[in-house]
Design a protein around this ligand. Structure first.
Ligand code: IVH
Length: 687
């Protein structure tokens, strides 16, 4: 029991000693990981302060650590207006885009090409963005980002976060009159795991990821909830500052560290784009070793004066960019398990999910691969599962998240009939997949066969998408792939969502595909084990379809890269009456199926030039335009910038055409494109 001061004044004096002392110890403990006094000593001082405040409530200072335990629940959050707007960052997903960013910065600043500007590379914390406002060095209020102008006032919750300074640690000079510090609230991995364990034990739903847990906690009206969870705050940028200044981002990080904040661990100063890329790679390598989740890195021009010169475009700064890592794993819940039928009749189980964002894309389905995998992972409807999506790969279910009570859910029963046509589904000996036995008489198989036939690497018939393939099959217009070559414009135009114009375009695309080289036809036929590479080898070895059809097993096996399994697959494909009938029909309907004549590659007339293609081109598919440009040494990119040399505009162009006009980038129509392909770039762009 401490001997409590008997006068108001004595209490005030004692509180004025205790508060900074306790705050300093909290900083040493939570920010520096270097406590100087034992926990019991801290607790004793803390209790003394609590008792004084209980006796003289008017003496409870705003920076008192007793706020950390969380006050009474709020009736509602009040709006929080940011002193200056909180903006966001442009995202990049590839190193090439970072190189472009750096080049853009230098171009804007008029820097010499070889000049290496300095950048700070920081981890991009995957948390909840907030702004903390300190007046005369004391935390006055804190707000969520909201729409960037107005968020929610979450001061009571933020005060409970142990590593948030309630008062700025005294630096060299007086405390700034206003300091708005921005950063992220995160829940470190270990704290997240403990929190979820506790929740599951209590029969509560687990949080999906640390970010959601942090956000969910800050949005609670009862601050005691936040106080009970191990949230942390990391400062990364400045809002309004009065009475303090810095000349570089790297100085800012040092300054806030002295004020008692934590900053994202592992930030580096990099000179020039080479060092920036190195820093990005180093950070990614360390990613899993960090105590909290990061979803990328932020690259910032170090010098504030240069930041000011660069300014902003719409709602993001020109002086910084986010580099997003390929998405990792997220968890979500399985609403249902569907079974799809693919081109080869394979039955593929697919988890239908509660939609979840993975790397900027919302995912609502993920593959379970096959019946064996489904059984091995034992995924059941209602389960929480981890899913991943790496690059362009289809999202897949990785594993079930263990949960109380999941055993009670029924196991999934795999169908023994095709869910589309009802034919028996069987597994051939030595195979993993269970397949529908109905061949192209199964609408699902025909539909996917059509899609495959028209796909880019096959006959590249632009406009023949999922929906159209479905209609063609459903209406009975197409009963086999060769029926595509018997379509007439009237029938096409009568289909849903098919305007005359697009029917015309589609007819032109189909017409063009009649002349496709042999290897593309081989890919299109969907012979098992025959992808683009094998198709090319076969085409160059046999020269035309007839010779390939007539090839013996031995001849096929003699082809480089064709093993016995592949040879057998090709051989049996060409000995199946139905397939031979398809080939005969294709030929009757004008599909040539000839090898490519060996032409010399075109000269590199477009070397160093960058093209963007937008809209629909009647005569050539986009893929063909791209190939033609690339064959001549040019590059095709997805977005128009000042660096773009030409924008190729077809009919129904997108916003890229507007952007081209805005930036005064030359525009090519189909005729212009043909000219540039034949004769090289037009002379002198002027300016
Ligand atoms: S600087 C003008 N630095 O990412 C915006 N932001 O996608 C300056 N974030 O709104 C932000 N880590 O909430 C910055 N080291 C970091 C960051 C970071 C995470 C968040 C921040 C921002 C969002 C942009």
């Amino acid at each position: 029991m401490s001997d409590a001061p008997r006068s108001h004044e004595a209490a005030r004096v004692r509180i004025a000693q205790l508060v900074p002392e306790l705050n300093e110890h909290a900083r040493l403990y939570y920010v520096e990981d270097a406590p100087r006094i034992p926990d019991v000593e801290y607790d004793r001082l803390f209790r003394e302060l609590e008792e004084l405040e209980a006796a003289w409530p008017d003496l409870r200072r705003l920076d008192s650590p007793t706020w950390r335990v969380g006050g009474p629940p709020l009736p509602a959050f009040t709006p929080f207006r940011h002193p200056t707007p909180m903006l966001s960052l442009q995202n990049t997903y590839a190193e090439a885009e970072v190189v472009e960013f750096e080049a853009r910065v230098k171009r804007f600043l008029g820097a010499a090409p070889g000049e290496g500007l300095e950048y700070v590379v920081e981890p991009k914390l995957d948390g909840l963005a907030v702004e903390l406002v300190y007046r005369d060095g004391v935390l006055e209020s804190a707000g969520t980002r909201g729409d960037g102008e107005v968020g929610e006032d979450v001061t009571s919750n933020v005060r409970t976060i142990r590593n948030v300074p309630l008062a700025l640690a005294p630096g060299d000079g007086p405390a700034p009159s206003v300091a708005a510090i921005r950063g992220e609230i995160v829940l470190p991995r270990d704290g997240f795991a403990r929190l979820n364990e506790r929740r599951v034990a209590e029969g509560l739903p687990a949080f999906v990821n640390p970010r959601n847990a942090a956000a969910g906690t800050i949005r609670q009206l009862d601050p005691r909830i936040a106080a009970s969870r191990p949230l942390e705050f990391y400062a990364h940028s400045a809002g309004l500052l009065e009475g303090a200044s810095f000349g570089r981002q790297s100085e800012f990080l040092g300054m806030v560290l002295r004020w008692g904040f934590r900053v994202p661990a592992g930030w580096t100063l990099a000179r020039g784009v080479g060092e920036v890329l190195e820093a990005l790679r180093a950070l990614e390598a360390r990613r899993d070793a960090l105590p909290y989740e990061i979803d990328g890195a932020v690259i910032k021009v170090d010098r504030l004066s240069l930041q000011a010169d660069l300014g902003f475009v719409s709602r993001s700064p020109r002086w910084a960019v986010a580099f997003k890592y390929p998405p990792g794993q997220v968890t979500t819940r399985v609403r249902d398990i569907a079974v799809q039928v693919g081109r080869t009749g394979a039955l593929t189980p697919v988890a239908v999910l509660e939609p979840v964002a993975v790397g900027g894309v919302t995912v609502s389905r993920a593959t379970l691969h096959n019946e064996q995998e489904l059984r091995r992972k034992d995924v059941r409807v209602g389960d929480r599962v981890t899913i991943q999506r790496a690059g362009d790969v289809i999202p897949e279910v990785v594993a079930v998240v263990p949960e109380e009570g999941r055993e009670a859910r029924p196991q999934f029963e795999f169908p023994n009939r095709c869910p589309v046509c009802g034919a028996p589904a069987e597994r051939e000996p030595g195979e993993v997949a269970i397949r529908c036995t109905n061949g192209l008489s199964c609408p699902a198989q025909l539909r996917t066969a059509l899609r495959h036939f028209a796909s880019r690497r096959a006959l590249d018939i632009e406009g023949l998408g999922e929906k159209l393939a479905e209609q063609l099959v459903e209406r009975g217009v197409v009963r086999g792939v060769a029926d595509l070559y018997a379509l007439d414009p009237q029938t096409l135009a009568s289909l849903e969502r098919m305007a005359d114009l697009s029917a015309g375009n589609l007819m032109a695309q189909i017409e063009r595909s009649r002349g496709a080289p042999l290897h593309r036809v081989l890919v299109a036929l969907g012979i098992r084990h025959v992808g683009e590479a094998t198709a090319k080898v076969l085409a160059s070895r046999f020269g035309d379809m007839d010779r390939l059809v007539a090839a013996s097993l031995e001849e096929l096996e003699a082809v480089p890269d064709v093993g016995p399994v592949v040879a057998r697959s090709i051989y049996s494909f060409f000995h199946h009456p139905e397939n031979l009938a398809t080939l005969a029909l294709l030929r009757d309907r004008g599909v040539k199926m000839e090898g490519e004549s060996k032409q010399a590659p075109p000269a590199a007339t477009l070397a160093g030039l960058t093209f963007v293609i937008t809209g629909t081109l009647g005569g050539m598919s986009r893929e063909q335009v791209k190939e033609a440009i690339e064959a001549r040494g040019g590059k095709v990119t997805g977005s128009v910038s000042r660096k773009t040399d030409y924008v190729v505009v077809g009919s129904d162009p997108g916003s890229k055409a507007d952007r081209a006009r805005e930036l005064a980038v030359p525009v090519l129509d189909e005729a212009g494109l043909a000219r540039v392909l034949a004769e090289g770039p037009e002379v002198s762009r002027g300016g």
